[in-house]
Design a protein around this ligand. Structure first.
Ligand code: ANZ
Length: 960
């Protein structure tokens, strides 16, 4: 019997499905293990070989855990709402629900082809009303909750109302409007409208006014990645900022807990760093300066945020963000026009440009601030390098300690105060805190790091400042003016948002015929009279809504009473192993961590971090191929035509790498021969342009010229210029993508080599976390390995496995493999495990081992990696049962210890001594050691050694 992988794989995939072998129960005495993949967005392009990398890894791990005796939850679903489906709908008129369904079916087929052990009975789709009913429900929970900073947790908004009724808001400053203060009496006197507005400023999901990218020409709001350099990606129309009603997630309230939580989870250091940089916690002080209002005796308070209060005596100027509310009040009449011009200039610039560009610009306001300690007058400037949305939108500038301030001072000739003596060289700022202060009044002589505390305490006692913590993270925008997303269960009445009753959920997305945006930048839902008649919210939720909690739904997907029963979430608890790409490092991971904390605070689940361990797989890159088009034009007066596209082989291009004239001469001489044109005279413009060529038309680096000509009518008459008969393509490693014609479809690989080979090969490519290029060539080796494994059972067509007792050597090989594969699988080092399998099968083949007692455990070990072939062989051996339910073999230490042998060592045939070597010692090492031995040296006695005979496991003889 041959290794007929196609029949074997098809047979088992069908049988496993019929027997529901992957169905998992929530009722089990076994310990649980939850292995999760980041679920895919079902795009129309389908999967390429890069996508399954993480899925194969999680699949191996899940199967391994099952063999280890765990009840393993390994589900899959689809992140099915989102922009691309809507974009496609706009372009083709097909409803997103229809294309999404079609794409999901295609994805599932591709996944099933690879033999994943997903429990499809638990599949979730975020666009399914049975699912998004609960997304809407969680939204309502967020809407009905506030963050109690004293208790450091979310609570129902009713508790806040109770507090307001009895104490006002003194103890709970308003996160949405810090200056808001009211007593209980005032609260009780407020009308409904005012109360609701106040509560909105506390809610964990709230509505406010935000800036969006507005494209007048397209009549729509665009997502950030639909805007490129200030114009729409589609059509290139201008995009401006527009203020629109937006929903937000008050994630900033969770900043500290999101940081602390990182200490309790097993994520890579790089991932933790990305998250904490995004949160961007910094601590320092708010310091109040006074600004003299020009032409009046009044002084206005100007609060700045600084992380370096220690440098307060080094302040040489103040800078406000141009948008700062004080700017219009403080500008002097003489500077007013300049200030207005500058503000207009800054309005034309995006925040990204303001941060990225190192341009120095600014304008003096004509006003002066008064130093809180020295009373010194300090000029107040505005500049784009100070951002309105961070800290207080104003800074005290210390040129000797901060480089941006330093450049600014130099540019505008502002005198620089030195507070760090020799540590400041006059050319650049020194941000070190490891210096003793000078020129700094009561701080003189103090190391800066210590001075920070001294200043903060003094500010606080004098009432001119406060200790302050700031975060870079902003509240997350939670709405889009688009169709294909979850509707908000919100109804508007006289400017107040009222939640729908739970019994109205799911609020289903209405069917539409067109996806045109609504009026004034509203979403397409604003075009539906039945919708607007009910005053329903016309925004929809963003892509990350459904993915913020999907891992919980898998635990109890059919439940129509709650999002998941407490029993189910208590049982499955945290995800034990989460595998996915780094592109979700800050978005999805932070949002789902926050939602988990909220649900935990409100008592719905018993844990507040969703993912115990996270592993990020690398990317599989494409290996692109290029042809080099010779781009030429004939002189207008030439009577002959030559309308063949010309392609130059890579070897020719390389030969003339730095010699364009030489290259052109060579090409022209070739096509001159073909065309009868005069290479010296007949051409006007020339050049060589690399073009991506479909990798399906290339074998290795050689282009299939005929296939290339057939691939496009434009190329039918293509002429190839090369040194030999072959046309050689150039190559480059790039992202795998359709536009680069370098996509490899897993279906093709599976049908050629089988799913087991494909799975093992993807793992064999290299460490999971690393990015690496796909190379179909290497797959043969892995395929040969599986054939070799097959021959251990069927060396010459018939099954020869016997019940003989294994030898010590065979057991050594087996147990070494068990240990290595187990440890490697446990730490997701799959490439090294695959190597070990190869070594093992090679060694057993050399020993002609066909023993059941060795091969059976080997099959179990290999099952997670190559489930189909192992299931087939298991059946042939056992007749019944499934290898998927076998139990993982253990190893015995005694077979792992290095075997040694003590050799009699003879000189010219006479045994003179004994030496011990390990069984797998290399012959060259043994020879060197023998020659270095004292006794051997004595018997050689300076004579020349002619040769040394080493008979492994028997004797050594030195001939002199
Ligand atoms: C004085 C000073 C002296 C500063 C010194 C730095 C070094 P983090 O929080 O780590 O980013 N800053 C404050 N608000 C700003 C804004 N809205 N736009 C631009 N810059 C702003 O750093 C906070 C520091 O960045 C603050 O401390 C302030 O400059 C500046 F030797 O104040 B510092």
């Amino acid at each position: 019997m041959e290794y007929a992988f196609r029949e074997i794989e098809e047979k088992w995939q069908k049988r496993w499905k019929e027997e529901r072998i992957y169905q998992v129960s929530n009722d089990s005495d076994k310990p649980k293990c939850y292995v999760l993949d980041m679920f895919p967005y079902p795009s129309g392009a389908g999967l390429h070989v890069g996508h399954p990398l993480g899925y194969i890894a999680s699949d191996i791990y899940a199967r391994y855990k099952r063999l280890q005796g765990f009840n393993v939850l390994h589900p899959m679903g689809f992140d099915a709402f989102g922009l691309p489906a809507e974009q496609y709908a706009i372009e083709t008129g097909q409803h997103p629900a229809v294309t999404t369904e079609k794409n999901i079916e295609a994805f599932k087929k591709q996944m099933d082809n690879i033999g994943f052990c997903f429990d499809w009975s638990r599949e979730v789709r975020t666009s399914d009303p049975r699912y998004y009913r609960w997304t809407q429900w969680i939204f309502l929970e967020l809407f009905h909750s506030w963050y109690n900073r004293e208790a450091s947790k979310a609570e129902p908004i009713s508790t806040l109302v109770n507090i307001f009724e009895t104490q006002g808001n003194q103890a709970h400053p308003c996160p949405g409007e810090a200056s808001l203060r009211f007593s209980s009496g005032e609260w009780l006197a407020f009308g409904e409208n005012k109360r609701q507005k106040i509560l909105m400023n506390y809610r964990l999901c709230y509505c406010g006014i935000g800036e969006v990218n507005w494209c007048e020409a397209l009549g729509t709001v665009l997502a950030n990645d639909e805007v490129v350099n200030g114009v729409s990606e589609r059509g290139g129309y201008p995009v401006v900022k527009k203020k629109l009603r937006q929903w937000y997630l008050r994630i900033t309230e969770y900043a500290d807990r999101l940081l602390e939580g990182l200490g309790t989870v097993d994520f890579s250091e790089a991932m933790k760093e990305m998250q904490s940089n995004w949160i961007g916690r910094s601590s320092g002080a708010d310091i109040e300066f006074k600004i003299k209002k020009p032409g009046s005796a009044d002084a206005l308070p100007l609060t700045v945020y600084t992380t370096r209060p220690d440098t307060v005596f080094g302040v040489d100027f103040m800078v406000l963000a141009p948008e700062h509310a004080l700017v219009s009040e403080i500008k002097s009449p003489g500077q007013a026009a300049a200030v207005e011009d500058y503000v207009a200039y800054v309005q034309s610039r995006s925040e990204r440009e303001r941060i990225a560009e190192k341009k120095i610009s600014g304008c003096f306001t004509g006003a002066y601030a008064i130093h809180p300690f020295s009373g010194k007058q300090i000029p107040v400037w505005i500049s784009e390098y100070v951002l309105a949305g961070y800290g207080t939108g104003a800074i005290m500038a210390v040129p000797c300690g901060d480089e941006r301030d330093h450049k600014f001072a130099r540019h505008f000739n502002i005198p620089i105060t030195n507070i760090i003596g020799d540590a400041y060289n006059g050319h650049e700022a020194n941000p070190s805190k490891d210096v003793r202060l000078q020129n700094s009044d009561f701080l003189n002589g103090l190391p800066m790091a210590e001075a920070i505390e001294v200043v903060i305490r003094k500010l606080e006692t004098e009432g001119t400042g406060l200790r302050k913590v700031n975060y870079k993270m902003r509240d997350a925008a939670f709405s889009r003016q688009r169709y294909w997303g979850e509707p908000f269960p919100i109804r508007w009445e006289e400017g107040i948002a009222y939640p729908l009753n739970e019994d109205r959920l799911p609020l289903e997305l209405p069917y539409v015929e067109t996806y045109k945006p609504g009026p004034e930048g509203e979403g397409p839902l604003a075009n539906i009279p039945e919708w607007t008649a009910q005053h329903l919210e016309t925004n929809t939720m963003p892509g990350y809504a459904g993915s913020s909690w999907y891992f919980l739904r898998y635990m109890d997907p059919g439940n129509d009473q709650v999002f998941a029963s407490r029993k189910a979430t208590d049982y499955w608890n945290q995800v034990d192993m989460y595998i996915g790409g780094t592109e979700h490092a800050v978005g999805h991971l932070l949002y789902s961590r926050m939602w988990t904390k909220v649900l935990s605070d409100l008592g719905y689940i018993g844990f507040d971090e969703p993912y115990k361990k996270l592993v990020n797989q690398g990317m599989i890159q494409g290996s692109s191929r290029f042809v080099y088009a010779f781009n030429f034009k004939l002189q207008p007066e030439i009577p002959v035509t030559f309308d063949h596209p010309v392609f130059v082989s890579f070897d020719v291009c390389r030969k003339y790498e730095n010699d364009d004239p030489g290259l052109f001469k060579f090409i022209l001489s070739r096509i001159g021969e073909l065309s009868g044109l005069d290479p010296e005279k007949d051409f006007s413009t020339i050049g060589v342009i690399p073009l991506h060529v479909d990798i399906g038309l290339v074998s290795g680096n050689e282009l299939d010229k005929e296939a290339f000509r057939r691939s496009n009518p434009k190329y039918a008459g293509a002429v190839f210029v090369s040194e030999t008969d072959q046309y050689i393509c150039g190559s480059e490693v790039e992202k795998m993508s359709k536009s680069k014609y370098n996509v490899v479809n897993p279906d093709d690989i599976v049908s050629r080599y089988g799913a087991d080979t494909f799975r093992m090969y993807e793992m064999f490519l290299g460490p999971l976390e690393q990015s690496k290029p796909w190379d179909t060539k290497g797959i043969e080796g892995v395929h040969r390995f599986l054939k070799k494994l097959w021959r251990l059972f069927f060396p010459d067509g018939s099954l020869v496995v016997n019940d003989d007792a294994p030898t010590e050597g065979e057991l050594r090989i087996l147990h070494k493999t068990i240990k290595k594969v187990k440890e490697d699988t446990e730490k997701l080092s799959f490439n090294t495990a695959v190597s070990q399998f190869m070594i093992c099968v090679n060694e057993l083949t050399a020993l002609k081992c066909h023993k059941k007692k060795v091969l059976e455990p080997l099959l179990i070990l290999l099952t997670p990696y190559a489930p189909h072939v192992t299931e087939e062989l298991w059946h042939l051996l056992k007749g019944a049962g499934s290898v998927l339910n076998a139990s993982y073999p253990g190893y015995a230490e005694k077979y792992l210890q290095e075997a040694t042998f003590t050799y009699p060592v003879a000189i010219n045939g006479k045994t003179r001594t004994e030496m011990t070597f390990s069984a797998d010692a290399l012959q060259t090492d043994m020879e060197a050691e023998v020659l270095a031995d004292n006794v051997v040296q004595k018997w050689i006695d300076g004579k020349q050694v002619k040769k040394m005979i080493v008979v492994k496991g028997r004797m050594i003889n030195v001939v002199v």
